[in-house]
Design a protein around this ligand. Sequence first.
Ligand SMILES: Cc1cc2nc3c(=O)[nH]c(=O)nc-3n(C[C@H](O)[C@H](O)[C@H](O)COP(=O)(O)OP(=O)(O)OC[C@H]3O[C@@H](n4cnc5c(N)ncnc54)[C@H](O)[C@@H]3O)c2cc1C
Ligand code: FES
Length: 361
Amino acid sequence: MSSPYFTLKVVEVTHETSDAVTLHFEHPEKQAVSFKPGQFLTLILNLEGKEVRRSYSLSSTPHEAPRLAVTVKRVSGGLVSNYLLDNVKVGDEIKVMEPIGNFCLTCAPDNQRHILLFGAGSGITPLMSILKAVLKEEPNSQVSLLYGNSDEDSVIFKEQLEQLQQENAERFHIEYIYSQPKQACDHRGRMNQSMIIKILERLKLAKIDNALYYMCGPEGMMDEVRHALDVLHVPAERIFRESFVSNKLIEQQQQGQHGDVLSSDDDGEIVTQTVTIIYEGAEYHVEVEPDQTILEAALDQDVDLPYSCQAGLCTACRGKCLSGKVHLDEREGLSDAELEEGYVLNCVGHPLTSDVIIEIG
Ligand SMILES: Cc1cc2nc3c(=O)[nH]c(=O)nc-3n(C[C@H](O)[C@H](O)[C@H](O)COP(=O)(O)OP(=O)(O)OC[C@H]3O[C@@H](n4cnc5c(N)ncnc54)[C@H](O)[C@@H]3O)c2cc1C
Ligand code: FES
């Protein structure tokens, strides 16, 4: 198995808005990095004396190879986003983990379908990759984007989107929604259920059979989109959602606290247990304390497992539980089918029994 880690060189930096930059990368040997539109890259940096990893959706598409790009929006007080915005320059090399993620689209030239995208703020990044891929690779498909921002100046990719609209006037439509517009606009306010339904009805997109729906943005906005699609009886299997923050973080932000409370919906007690991990042909025995996740314990004991978001969102740390029982603090990243098949996320997983065996890869 080849290593999932490699280094990319920054070849261009584009300032998209006052608080968002696109970092364009190339592999030093100009090798194309393979990924699907909508997937994300894990950046691995050494900051303040320790290794930190963050996930960033690829805003480029595979046909832009050998270039690939991520677009980062500043998070107030955020360690990595501020570092990337303020310090990274052309020529820098950044260690990454290969692109992964389930929020993706596979294109085929014969497809004839409608792709509806719902994005807000930095949530546009994976949608941009999907949008460019469909317009390039599916000549008979249509794309519609509902894009929410606070005002006209905070729109990431404004020029690129306008150019794509001009080049694909028959196939690509955008509706901008501004919560605090500086000028008169069509849609004022936050993207909410009734606004979404009205827009889709006006565009004659409320009842179409061959559509797929992709959303990425703040959780509140995605809940509104989901409610609107439920009202329109869109089947759940046509709807795809990408979260940049975990439910746990949202709860903590709502409660104004940062605790490590484990939900107690499992019928087991969390005590120190030894977990067997099978990874890249080797077997490791990791002792996991009650206040640790399986990933934390493994990293502490120098078992170098793959991971990225450490929040149960990205599935980089996914493994299959072959035996025993594991409690997950966060299930967002796994589908019901994956949970049923026994997949677990080590970054939010705690062993509940003494016979846990997890296979990764
Ligand atoms: C699959 C995936 C894809 C992602 N893609 C992108 C992308 O394309 N572009 C992008 O800019 N970001 C993206 N993110 C978010 C990104 O990984 C980081 O979480 C974000 O840049 C903040 O990191 P930080 O180190 O600056 O903040 P941290 O130092 O980790 O956090 C600082 C504080 O900000 C809060 N916080 C953390 N993240 C967020 C957030 N996203 N929104 C609001 N508050 C937050 C936390 O409460 C924390 O207290 C993605 C995340 C995931 C899981
Ligand atoms: S590291 Fe992202 S889900 Fe575990």
